[in-house]
Design a protein around this ligand. Sequence first.
Ligand code: IMP
Length: 427
Amino acid sequence: MSVAVVVGLQWGDEGKGKVVDILSRHADAVVRFQGGANAGHTVVVGGEKYVLHLIPSGVLNGRSVCIIGSGVVIDPKELVEEIRFLQEKGFLKDDSRLKIDLRAHLVFPYHKEIDRLREEKRSEKIGTTLRGIGPAYEDKVGRCGIRFADILDKDILKSRLSQVLPEKNEYITKVLGGRPVDFYRILDEYTAYGEMLSRYAIDTNTLIDGMIRDERHVLFEGAQGSGLDIDFGTYPFVTSSSTISAAATGRIWGSNIEVLGVTKAYTTRVGHGPLPTEEKGRFGDEIRAKGGEFGATTGRARRCGWLDLVMLKYYSKINGVTSLAITKLDVLSGINPIKVCVGYRLGGRELDYLPATSNEAFEVEPVYREMEGWDKIEGVRDVSYLPIEAKRYLDMISSYLDLPIALVSTGYDRSDVIVLKNIFNLK
Ligand code: IMP
């Protein structure tokens, strides 16, 4: 198998960064295919924490080509800073390791301004990351976006901006009551970004296609999670991109694809929207403290709850998941009993699926099964050293979802992991 896709099965922050970091050591290319700097992928290397927003987590392995694909919305300011930071830390010294797709759309200051002003005005807030993601994707679909290729030529950028900016400024000032964005400031700033980033510009789809045909290992790194998907998530409390595996695999033919669905051993969500298994009391506080559950991009406290197998089953099917990665199992150590959601109740009915509307999803009551907890498993790297209770917990997840478990993460460091399936010759 030469293609693997890593997707989140919850509301983001499942620990995909660490999973990608582990798999990427055996990958020839790692591709971000959607989202933007709203993502925050955390990887701990030798005790040092790295948070990546746009560059694939594979950059930390010093080997694979890192690709920012055509479905990503790039904030070039963030990207330039991320490149600088990585270079200072000794990564990404070789320019040829980073490729940015010419078709990728860009995030501009007016997108961030619109995101902020709209969020301020909303009575029912989404709790966006304020990174301009929604407005940038709106422009892409509305055919008034500006793409990476456009900032590589000042005349083209000038012409695109003069078509787009007057309307944006009208909207910002007259509808949202904000301040207009200066044309020449953006023109100069983005022309400079174009100059800095031009060395990375290519048509990445041709590169990816060639690598897959040569049976090289290509790893697609999903951002956010399926619960935030624009079509299948808890709308309108979602992000503005397609976060599921189809967004990566839609263009891959004839490949035997591994779809690795990542879930924490419990559930978290940052921002607003339904979270049926949320625990606001002691359990939530304990998990937040032990698991360091604060947003990697915004620093906001994450809402915490028990594992929800109903939503995991739904999203495993939508993504065509072939195996699971379970992260942060160690964080549940010392909690007894552990609850797991195996169904929902809504108005006297029992449901085994996630309701389509957020109104209903807010109302569902979880049906729990209780399981015995365990004491300590931090840093366990061999499944035979896991306490029987932790093994039972994993077996129960695997049998409910009817999927094998490929990886179990048992601590912060990249080496704290149990590998159970041989993806990309990992074992
Ligand atoms: P946006 O993507 O900034 O528009 O935010 C929309 C929703 O998605 C908000 O609830 C955010 O908190 C959430 N969100 C966006 N990116 C991430 C992420 O990488 N992890 C977790 N939640 C995210």
